[in-house]
Each structure stands twice: as C-alpha cells, then as structure tokens.
Design a protein around this ligand. Structure first.
Ligand code: NAG
Ligand code: NAG
Ligand code: NAG
Length: 141
C-alpha cells in the first residue's frame, strides 16, 4: 500500500502596505510665516480647545460667542484640525465639533493667541486671548 502524501500548499499572504505619502506636507520650518498644522493631541492645542469651551460657556469671548449658547452650554466632541502661526506668541486656529445641552451639533472655528510667557500658576488660560470665533449649527440629516 502506498501512502500518498499530500503537500499542503501554504499560501503566504503578503499584505501590501500602501506607502503613499500625503501630498504637499513638508515638515514645518520655523519662521515659515504661514500657518502650519499642529497635531490635535498637542498639549497646547488641547488647552486652547478647553479655553474656547470655557470661554463660550461663560460668554467671555468679548461678545464674539454669545449666540453659540442659544441651545445651552457646549461641550467639546472633537478637534477636527489645528494650525499654528508664529505671531507675538503663537496664533492657534482650531476647527472643532461641539455639542450643546440640546444635543445639537455646533461647529466651531476659533483663533486664539497663546503667549506662553503669560502662563501663571500652572494654568494656561491666563496666556490665551480670543482673536476670532465663528460657529454654525449644522443641520442634522
Ligand atoms: C499625533 O500625536 C500622536 C501622539 O503623539 C501620534 O500617535 C499621532 O500619530 C500623531 N498624529 C499625526 C498626524 O502626526
Ligand atoms: C454653563 O457653564 C457655565 C460654566 O461652566 C456655568 O457657570 C453655567 O451654570 C452653565 N449653564 C448651564 C445652563 O448649565
Ligand atoms: C498666582 O498665585 C499667586 C499666589 O497664590 C497669586 O498671588 C497671583 O495673583 C496668581 N497669579 C495669577 C495671574 O493668577
């Protein structure tokens, strides 16, 4: 009796990694002049977002954000993007998604000047100044 041996072919699955590099995103050069993207996990970006939420909820953005509260206080859902520009300090521009107490979405764009030398008592808020804020209430689909 002949034992037949079956060769088991092992299919080696090679995963083809997509190594496409995102177009036109050279490393940020200092003093480049224009806005450069900042990682949204950056500590200052996070602090700016918190500052915007706190300022909006206490209506302390120089009258620029009173309408944002028409559906109640807002909470941050996520930061969509952030850039920074060197100024007398650093100018941060954040696009954020928030939600208010009526569970309505609020899209917020804020420009905040951060002057690190004004950080006091472990809080960055003292170093932040509202420059611009705009918000929209996107229609739910
Ligand atoms: C942002 O920072 C986080 C944590 O350091 C890192 O995991 C992530 O890859 C970074 N994202 C980008 C787009 O650089
Ligand atoms: C909104 O938030 C502010 C600041 O946290 C708080 O003082 C105020 O009571 C809140 N208003 C409402 C309606 O929850
Ligand atoms: C920081 O804390 C000190 C001592 O508690 C206080 O005298 C000072 O006014 C605080 N500065 C700011 C900017 O709040």
């Amino acid at each position: 009796m002949r034992a037949s041996f079956f060769l088991v072919a092992i299919a080696v699955v090679t995963s083809v990694a997509a190594t496409t590099t995102p177009p036109s995103s050279p490393p940020a050069t200092p003093n480049a002049g224009g806005p450069t993207p900042v990682n949204i996990t950056d500590a200052t970006v996070q602090a700016v977002a918190k500052f915007v939420v706190a300022s909006a909820n206490t209506n302390q953005c120089g009258g620029k954000c009173s309408g944002i509260l028409k559906g109640g206080n807002v909470t941050l859902v996520k930061i969509n993007s952030a850039t920074q520009t060197l100024a007398a300090g650093k100018m941060y521009k954040l696009c954020m998604q928030m939600v208010n107490t009526q569970a309505k979405k609020v899209s917020v764009k804020a420009t905040v000047l951060y002057r690190p030398w004004l950080v006091a008592n472990g809080t960055m808020d003292a170093a932040m100044k509202f420059v611009k804020v705009s918000f929209t209430f996107p229609k739910a689909r």
